[in-house]
Structures are given as structure tokens and as C-alpha cells.
Ligand binder design. Structure first.
Ligand SMILES: [Zn+2]
Length: 424
């Protein structure tokens, strides 16, 4: 009987525990043995769960609490977690190879078995009927329907393996702390940072939806995109209160990074909340943005008020507001929008009375005015701004037309006031 074998069915008990989990996170940073260690996306990508070193589970957006090990003794700290594809169940993995299944089947573990190196990652199969444990030496241990993808055990590595992911098409991609990438079992190698000096070690790898690219994420929130993975922004150069320890992909190629304090950094992805409300606050800049949460920044408008945007574009927006003011144009507007805010807009714009179908499914262009589906708006990613008094012919529109591109913002044709990093 393995102590690592915990099966907890989601149901009435899980529902009752949800409130506890949420209460426990409010305003309390994670740290020490309970530091944040893994972030996993909810099915559908409209939320995420944070897993801590003691096996705690904290849920945001559409992520549903499925159970935790909080308060129960662990033989080794929890090091990684994975959502079961399709089902929303969750597996956690301990450094000793123990696997803890919550609302998901248990397929086996390395708990109580000798390991040459600690486990660093658990990677589900596409079917959700198995998983692979990966060791710091690149050893792989496969359970359920996970095929043997090969292994690096016995290979001399320049740096330990820190994370792994199973790309679309199969195989396994392993990332090492020095930025090395190892493609096993037919996974496509698209490049690596191996041999390049890094400011901080790599801690996570995220695959692209196509299987033809990936993103490496460093402890400092620096990102390195390979293949078809689009650059999602980077935190390199920002002062972080806690190192980035994991990252995961949401809808499309948005990425959530997790700080060890439970802070979440939403990179080209909607922000659903985090364990810390005030994180990573840098010194007040002369011209720049103030970071107000782990994901968002505030740029002050010259005539009062402010614009909240993604931390990745906060400084450039602040510089743009200052430049416009120097040119005699006072800009302000509305940037980041919460997921709840987007849902409210869909209720208002996409048909009366609002139904689940009009809110979540209806084509954006069928809404008046066109309104992106919840979880997909550039406003939710903090990468779009609706400027006030900015119709064609206004001082605002004229100034932005001549200058916004310099600051990385582009107009959405047909919506004079809407400017974003992609023009969408
Ligand atoms: Zn807009």
C-alpha cells in the first residue's frame, strides 16, 4: 500500500472545500514549505490552479477545486502538477515520485521506489489516461497509456532538467536549468538556450498548440520563444519579489507564470487572480508604470486617472502618455478589463435575454458592438486600451495615428478608440 496513493472523488466534499481554498488564499502570499510550485490551466484555458509545496490547491477563474494535501504529512515536497486533459482532474507529483490524484485516476507512482535524482515534472498524455514522471537527470517513468519516449538517464547533463511538456503530436520536451532543450520520442527540437549565458536559470517550458514550438521561462520571468511560439512578453529587467517557478499555456499562446509567493503573471493572457494582491512593486519611476499586481501595471494620465494594462507594456504606455502630453495632447482611457467585466459586456451586447450561448459561444461579430468571447479579449490580456474622446478627427486619434506605433500600439479598424499591441 503506497502512501502516495490518494484518490479523492470530486463531488459534494470538493464543493464544500472550494470556499475554504479561496478564503485561504485571499491576501496571503505563499512561502516557505508552502511556496507556490506549479501552475496548471483549467480545461478550456479560462482559469488556472496554483499548487503549493505542501500540496495545497488554489483556484482561479473557471478552475474548480478537486482536493489537496494541505494539512497532511508528505514524505517529500510537491514539485509539479498537471491537469488531466478533458476532465479537470488534477495530478500532483512529489520530489520522491509520489503521485497524488484528485478527481483523476491513479496510474502508479515512484513513491517508495529508489530514484537516482528527484522528480521535477509530471506530464499527462493527450488522452488523460496516463502520465510521465520526469527526473532531474532526465529519467522518464511512464504510467497508464504513456509510451516510453526515451530517457536521458545515464547521459551527462550540463544542468539538471527542471520541467517537461508533451507537445501536440507526442514525444516529450525536456528543459534544463541552463536553457538546454531535449526532444524525446519524436518531439520536434526547435532550438534552445543551451550554451548561451542566461541571467537566471530556466524553470519552465510551455508548448505551442501546434507542437512546432515552445517557450522557455526563466526564474526572472524572462522568456525565450522557439519555433512558432509567438513572443508573449517578458518580465526580464523587472524587479520580482519572488522567483518564477513554473509556467503554463492558457487559451492559444497566452502564458501564466507563477511566482513562488503565489503571484501570477499573465503574459498575453487574461488575469484571473493570484495569492498575492500587491506583488513585485518596483520603485516609483520618473516616467513609467507602477506595478499594481503580479500581472498589471498602472500608467498615470496627465489630467488625472490612470490606465491599467499588462505589466509587459506598462512602461511603454506610460512613456506614450508622457510624449503625447509633451506634444500638447492629453490622453487617458480604459485598458485592462477583468474577465467578469468581459462577461458583463457580453451580457449587454450579445442578445437579450443573455444566455450561456450568447455569453460564451456567439460569434463576436454578431454582438453590437462586436465583443470578444470571455477569456479572449485583448482588454482581458491588458494589451488593449479604449481611449476617451478618440473618434476620428479628434486630437487623440490624430496623435495616436502618428505616434502610437512607436510605442507598440495599433488601431483596430472600425473602432477609432481601440488600440492594442496587435491591432485587434
Ligand atoms: Zn476596446
Amino acid at each position: 500500500m503506497s502512501r502516495s496513493r490518494i484518490l479523492l472523488a470530486a463531488g459534494t466534499v470538493a464543493t464544500a472545500l472550494t470556499a475554504v481554498a479561496i478564503t485561504a488564499t485571499a491576501g496571503h502570499a505563499l512561502g516557505g514549505p508552502d511556496a507556490g510550485t506549479a501552475i496548471v490551466a483549467a480545461p478550456g484555458g479560462t482559469g488556472y490552479a496554483i499548487v503549493s509545496g505542501t500540496g495545497g490547491q488554489y483556484n482561479y477563474g473557471s478552475s474548480v477545486f478537486t482536493g489537496s494535501m494541505a494539512g497532511q504529512p508528505l514524505a517529500a515536497p510537491m514539485v509539479d502538477a498537471a491537469t488531466r486533459p478533458g476532465s479537470g482532474g488534477l495530478w500532483m507529483a512529489g520530489a520522491d515520485g509520489g503521485v497524488f490524484a484528485f478527481g483523476a485516476p491513479f496510474y502508479g507512482s515512484m513513491g517508495n521506489k529508489p530514484l537516482s535524482k528527484p522528480i521535477v515534472a509530471i506530464v499527462p498524455t493527450a488522452s488523460g489516461n496516463g502520465y510521465t514522471l520526469v527526473g532531474a537527470d532526465g529519467g522518464t517513468f511512464n504510467f497508464g497509456d504513456a509510451p516510453y519516449p526515451g530517457s536521458l538517464a545515464g547521459t551527462k547533463l550540463a544542468a539538471p532538467i527542471v520541467d517537461a511538456v508533451r507537445p501536440a503530436g507526442g514525444g516529450l520536451l525536456l528543459a534544463a536549468a541552463d536553457g538546454g532543450v531535449f526532444a524525446l520520442g519524436g518531439a520536434q527540437f526547435q532550438g534552445s538556450m543551451g550554451g548561451t549565458a542566461l541571467a537566471r536559470p530556466v524553470t519552465a517550458i510551455v508548448d505551442s498548440p501546434s507542437g512546432k514550438g515552445y517557450l522557455l521561462v526563466g526564474q526572472d520571468g524572462g522568456t525565450f520563444a522557439f519555433g512558432d511560439f509567438p513572443f508573449p512578453g517578458s518580465l526580464a529587467g523587472k524587479r520580482l519579489n519572488a522567483p518564477v517557478v513554473d509556467a503554463v499555456r492558457g487559451i492559444d499562446t497566452g502564458v501564466w507564470m507563477l511566482g513562488s509567493d503565489g503571484g501570477v503573471f499573465a503574459m498575453s493572457a487574461p488575469f484571473y487572480g493570484s495569492a498575492v494582491t500587491q506583488a513585485n512593486t518596483p520603485p516609483a519611476p520618473a516616467v513609467g508604470s507602477t506595478v499594481v499586481t503580479g500581472a498589471l501595471a498602472k500608467a498615470t494620465c496627465p489630467a488625472g486617472g490612470s490606465i491599467t494594462v499588462s505589466v509587459t507594456i506598462g512602461d511603454q504606455v506610460a512613456r506614450m502618455l508622457a510624449a503625447a502630453r509633451a506634444g500638447g495632447t492629453s490622453l487617458c482611457g480604459s485598458g485592462w478589463r477583468s474577465v467578469d467585466g468581459q462577461i458583463a459586456l457580453r451580457k449587454q451586447n450579445c442578445g437579450q435575454p443573455p444566455t450561456n450561448d450568447t455569453i460564451y459561444n456567439k460569434s463576436p461579430s454578431a454582438c453590437k458592438p462586436p465583443t470578444a468571447r470571455p477569456g479572449t479579449s485583448m482588454h482581458e490580456k491588458g494589451l488593449a486600451i479604449d481611449f476617451t474622446n478618440c473618434n476620428r478627427g479628434s486630437a487623440c486619434f490624430t496623435w495616436l495615428s502618428g505616434n502610437a506605433a512607436t510605442y507598440g500600439l495599433h488601431n483596430l479598424p472600425g473602432e477609432d478608440w481601440h488600440w492594442s499591441t496587435t491591432g485587434r
